[in-house]
Design a protein around this ligand. Structure first.
Ligand code: C2O
Ligand code: CU
Length: 531
């Protein structure tokens, strides 16, 4: 009787698990596993899980995360070396100078965790130090940063310092600048914080699975002397989770509900916002501030010149982008940061409330989006459309059904190809390089370049009319073009990819290459898969 009951339970749970897997695959196509393998794994996992629970039924189960897994197979490269064979220098030699007045040491331990995002909403996660976002690392410009990564997960991880001009050996790209750090192992990242601003970190091994499931945190670099007076300096990471019952849970830091932060009337606030996720639609996260006029004082950590005051302007934040807002607390009442859901109206949760109060019951309608091409005040900039470019690369962003790393499905292409067949952008130290992004899809593509900061030159051929804008991730809207330019001043092998994790996972990655070799390789032999 009892064994029969257990079998029945196992069967029911298996069906549930399979449906769960089916849902995840259909929504995000996340895995290297063929759906059939995944289904079988689901049945086995479901049976084992219930088998374990059967003696003492436990409260509502949360679906376990699927461990990123590498399968060899047709179209999966065994070993692709991204470097230049015979190059004069190797990635491993591109290290931070060993001289800095001040050194900041951190240890980050990756480990499994359970996150409570709201009442009754608990999700399994992979975390830095048990939380997601992981600890905020706060340092001063010019400091040397030494971070020891300890891996207590059962699969490989890395840390990429998003937007930070690190030496190549510290870039954290599995298969390019290092091997993924294996379970039980440690790895040390060392770099100088060259630029002040708002940055973040995340795993760059299976970055789609690992970052969306919690391996991210913030890095804030303060200037040597403050450029802006802030009484309150607060940071918010916007994330999206697969919650119980297939619901999508949007969070600010650790909650899908209301975050509260103390701020008194008259105080000046710097609010740093990073989008660490992607929305189910792949559209940017839309946020605004209710209760006070505000300025956008920096984008991707880089200050804007002469920012104007805005009132309730919707801010589109592409995956990986950062916006720093600046405002003064009103003489009474609170200020709220709210987000819009994918159907494009503001919602009351998650939200941040600063000062005494709660999220307003009436939220504004969405008005014309913030436009970085017209915002702020012009200023001289070393890189302009009139500059002499040593090379210009056209990059057509496309999507089509096809095969990527052995999987069939919707692929996301650069010049019609998927990674690792996308080719390279060859640069020499000192060159000024222009990139022309031509988005021929109906989707947004937040395009990110590692190790460099680029200047945004124009959108759809129209030059910027406001402040110079420097970013590491430019949000290219559907059927739009963007021109950006960067000085090749940081030798190495650097990824250039869409920061919509799904798009990167399905092909939209390439390398910017400085005649550098690497001892590492991407593929099933090493198990390194950067996206
Ligand atoms: Cu946020 Cu390739 O990075
Ligand atoms: Cu994309």
């Amino acid at each position: 009787m009892i064994p029969f009951g257990i079998i029945m339970l196992a069967f029911i749970a298996s069906v549930g698990t399979v449906l769960q897997n089916y849902h995840r695959i259909s929504r995000k196509n996340p895995h290297w596993l063929a759906p059939a393998v995944s289904t079988i794994a689901g049945i086995v996992a479901g049976a084992l899980f219930i088998g374990a629970l059967a003696p003492s039924p436990a409260p509502a189960a949360v679906a376990a995360l699927q461990t990123p897994r590498i399968v060899a197979g047709q179209g999966v490269p065994t070993s692709v070396n991204m470097g230049m064979a015979g190059a004069p220098i190797s990635v491993t030699q591109l290290q931070a100078p060993a001289t800095a007045a001040h050194v900041d040491h951190f240890t980050l331990t990756v480990q499994p965790g359970q996150l409570t995002l709201g009442s009754g909403i608990t999700v399994p996660a992979w975390t830095f130090d048990g939380t997601a976002p992981g600890p905020t690392l706060r340092v001063r410009r010019g400091d040397e940063i030494v971070v020891t990564l300890v891996n207590h997960l059962s699969f490989g991880v890395t840390i990429h310092w998003h937007g930070v001009r690190v030496p190549n050996s510290a870039d954290g790209v599995a298969g390019v600048t290092q091997d993924a750090v294996k379970p039980g192992q440690t790895y040390v990242y060392r770099f100088i914080a060259l630029d002040a601003g708002t940055y973040w970190y995340h795993s760059h091994q299976f970055s789609f699975e690992e970052t969306t499931n919690g391996l991210y945190g913030m890095l804030i670099v303060d200037p040597a002397t403050p450029t802006l007076h802030a009484d309150v300096d607060y940071s918010v990471a916007l994330h999206v989770w697969d919650g119980p019952n297939n619901q999508t849970v949007y969070t600010m830091n650790t909650t899908g509900g209301t975050l509260n932060q103390i701020a008194r009337s008259g105080q000046w606030v710097r609010l740093r916002i990073v989008n660490t996720a992607e929305t189910p639609s792949g559209n940017p996260q839309l946020v605004t501030l209710v209760g006070a006029p505000f300025q956008v004082v920096s984008l991707d950590g880089h200050d804007l010149n002469g920012p104007q005051w805005l009132n309730g302007t919707p801010l589109p934040i592409g995956s990986a982008q950062r916006y720093d807002l600046y405002f003064q607390m009103p003489s009474h009442g609170s200020v709220a940061l709210v987000t819009a859901d994918d159907s494009q109206s503001y919602v009351r949760a998650p939200a941040l409330v600063m000062g005494q109060g709660s999220v307003p019951t009436r939220l504004p309608a969405i008005t014309k989006w913030f436009d970085l091409t017209t915002y702020g005040t012009p200023a001289p900039d070393p890189i302009t459309l009139q500059s002499h470019f040593d090379a210009t690369y056209n990059i057509v962003l496309g999507n089509q059904l096809g095969t990527s790393l052995g999987r069939m499905g919707m692929t996301y292409t650069m010049n019609g190809k998927v990674f690792p067949n996308t080719g390279m952008i060859m640069v020499k130290k000192g060159q000024l390089i222009k990139l022309h992004f031509d988005n021929q899809t109906n989707l947004y593509h937040p395009m990110h370049l590692h190790g460099h900061v680029f200047t945004v030159l124009d959108q759809n051929g129209k030059p910027l009319t406001g402040s110079p804008v420097r970013q590491d991730t430019v949000l290219v809207p559907p059927h739009a073009t963007y021109d950006v330019a960067f000085v090749a001043n940081n030798p190495g092998i650097w990824m250039l990819h869409c920061h919509n994790f799904l798009h990167a996972n399905w092909g939209m990655d390439m390398m910017v290459m400085y005649d550098v070799s690497t001892p590492y390789a991407v593929g099933s032999a090493s198990g390194n898969f950067p996206d």
